[in-house]
Design a protein around this ligand. Sequence first.
Ligand code: URA
Length: 239
Amino acid sequence: MEGKKLRLDRFLVNAGVGSRSVVRDMIREGLITVNGMVVRDISCKVSVRDEVSIEGRRIELAGKRYYKMYKPKGVITSTKDKDLTLFDLLVDIPRVEELFPVGRLDKDAEGLVLITNDGLLAHRLTHPKWKVRKVYEVYLENPILVGEVDILLRGVNLKDGPVIVEDVGISDEGRVVRITVTEGRYHLVKRIFSALGNRVLSLKRIAFGPIDLGGLSEGEVRELERKEIEELYKVCELK
Ligand code: URA
C-alpha cells in the first residue's frame, strides 16, 4: 500500500516546514527534491513512502511508526484480500491505513513481519544493496546432507540468478535448518531447498536485521522500542 497521497505543499506544511506560502516559494525555488529529483510543481502528489528532502536533508514527517508482528500461518501479508490479512489482526492500532508490511512472508509461512509507515527505511530493509539479514528456520522433508551446507554457503543457482546463503545452522539431525539470507526474492528459501532436491515443510522467519521475534506469540503485535528503531536505521545507514 502506498499510503495516502498528499500534495507536496500540504505535505511540507504538515511536516512543520512552514506556512503554505513559505513552502510554495521553496518548491518554486527548486529547494525541494522528491526521491532525489527537484520538483517545482506544488501539486505533485507524495506519500509517506516518498523521500522528500530540503537541500538534501530528508524531512521526517512526525508520526513515523514501527511495529513487529508474529504472523501466524494462513494469514496473508498484504493490505487487502478476501482471506484473512495481517491488517485484520492490527486491531487497536491507530491510523492503520498508513502502515504497510516490510516485504512479504508467504501465506503458509509464519514469523516476524515488520510494519511501518517509513517508506525509506522499508525500501532499504528489502533492497539487496543494503544486504539486511533475514533469518529463517525451516523444517525439511528430508534431512540436509553435510555436503549441501557447503553448496548453500558457496551459492545456489536459481532461475532468476544465484543466491548466497550467509549462514547455516542445523538441528534435529538435519531436518531443522536455520538459514540467513540478505535478499527477499519471491519464495527464495523454498526455492533454495528445492534446488537441492528437498522440500520445505514449514518456514518461520525469526529475525529481520537486528530485530528478532523475541517473546512474541502468534498473532501478537508490538511497537518497536526506540533502541530497536535506531538499530534498524543503523543497518540501513540512515540517521
Ligand atoms: N522464502 C520463502 O520461500 N518464503 C517466504 O515467505 C520468505 C522467504
